[in-house]
Design a protein around this ligand. Sequence first.
Ligand SMILES: [Zn+2]
Length: 180
Amino acid sequence: MHFLWYERSRRKFRDRVDQLIVAKNDFKRDRGPKTDEDLEKATGNLATILAECLGDLAFLTEYPIRLVRDLTGVRNRPLVALRTLRIMGDHPGFKQEELTYPLPLMKNDLYIEMGADDWIPLYPFLVPRNCPQCKTREIYFVDKWQGRVSPATFKSFERGHTEEESGVGLALADWQPHSE
Ligand SMILES: [Zn+2]
């Protein structure tokens, strides 16, 4: 991601993302193409940009994102047995997979699998929660955060619903020294 975002030769990726943001904002505010011809042209152009962005991000599929649903010890072994959901695709029925891991993990947190025994927590940046409005699980990203003492506002990918949580705000504050 760092390479895509900062590498000069990959400037194109940032330009493409900028164009997607402009198109989405135009759509939300009823701006953008109006005539049939303009719409057709803009749609074709967007389809190309989206396909290129997905191509740039294809490497992500090599590193599964897993949601830890349950865990327990493995008798006489220094391992935990995990029941996970593989977070892939846009269908809410994610595939269940059972795996072992050498360290305890947090139940209901998301992890990205860099290697067999090398999982990186995605908390507090991506957080699965049961949406109080929809009564189903949604995955939230940090939308706003005003600093150490404030809760973070996060928004769901699925429906754009927002939630506030002080725990996420505190965890973000803990992250700051790492990023410096
Ligand atoms: Zn919802």
